[in-house]
Design a protein around this ligand. Structure first.
Ligand code: ZN
Length: 271
């Protein structure tokens, strides 16, 4: 049996539609009324989106149901599927812990609960039945204010369950806050965390300023496609591109998998 490592699994995108649909119905969620039959829900959930932004709306839907109370259940389902159907031996789960806290609490309480969320996900990941080595990547979010992102870096650095931080939430708004991201990434590295960021996934998300501060690059496919002059630098720094082929069809980033041939050819050529 071949064993695999999964380096780019979003907790918000990792729930299979049938489990989510059943969950909505069991909870009597308003979404159960919107999608009375599973077929309707599956069609809605799995159809390709035109843009990354549209696609990320699905994550928002899932975030709302992944609360402190329900996370152990969703993690259990995730690990079960990963072990049985994907032969995973190693799994990095990424998500924004602040967005899993109760929005009715005040900010100070949410920040406290955020640390509980990280611990809960960490503990729920230790399943004897499905022994996958699991760690977490905490996603800073382009739509959250600076002090909350900083608090997430602090919480990540202080938890034994977290290996790295990421920057997610749609790449268009990164630019206007670039100084802030660079500063947070430098700080995370100084605290002993690894770093990754969703960069060069779409043509809107090309920010060379942040590249020196990421241990790995989330996607990065636009580099070999449109900025191949950056490849020698990436090779020198040993930066891995997290290429997620099926995602690009779902998000509308690529019309077909054809361009990935150029991605891989140019990366291999550059070493
Ligand atoms: Zn991603």
């Amino acid at each position: 049996m071949a064993l695999h490592a999964e380096l780019h699994r979003h907790l918000g995108g990792s729930v299979v539609p049938r489990i989510l649909w059943r969950y909505f119905h069991r909870q009597g969620s308003p979404l159960a009324e919107r999608f009375p039959t599973y077929a309707e829900f599956e069609e809605f959930y799995t159809r390709p989106r035109n843009t990354l932004e549209d696609y990320l709306e699905l994550h928002t839907l899932v975030e709302q149901v992944q609360t402190l109370e329900t996370l152990p259940y969703f993690i259990y389902r995730l690990l079960r599927g990963a072990y049985i159907f994907e032969d995973l031996a190693y799994l990095e789960i990424r998500y924004t812990p602040y967005l899993r806290t109760d929005p009715s609490l005040d900010e100070a309480e949410r920040l406290k609960q955020m640390r509980q969320v990280i611990e809960t996900v960490g503990q729920a990941s230790q399943q004897r039945e499905y022994p996958i080595v699991t760690t977490q990547i905490v996603c800073l979010h382009s739509r959250l204010p600076s002090h909350i992102n900083r608090a997430m870096v602090e919480a990540a650095a202080e938890s034994e369950y977290v290996c790295a931080i990421d920057l997610a939430g749609g790449d268009k708004p990164y630019g206007e806050r670039m100084d802030e991201w660079i500063e947070l990434f430098k700080y995370a590295l100084a605290r002993g965390l690894k770093t990754t960021a969703h960069l060069y996934e779409t043509l809107d998300g090309c920010y060379p300023q942040l590249l020196p501060y990421v241990s790995r690059i989330g996607h990065g496919i636009q580099i070999p496609l449109h900025y191949p002059e950056l490849l020698p630098e990436l090779a020198r720094r040993g930066q891995c591109l997290e290429v997620c082929p099926t995602t690009y069809l779902k998000t509308g980033t690529l019309p077909s998998l054809e361009p990935l041939k150029i991605v891989f050819d140019r990366c291999f050529e550059a070493g």
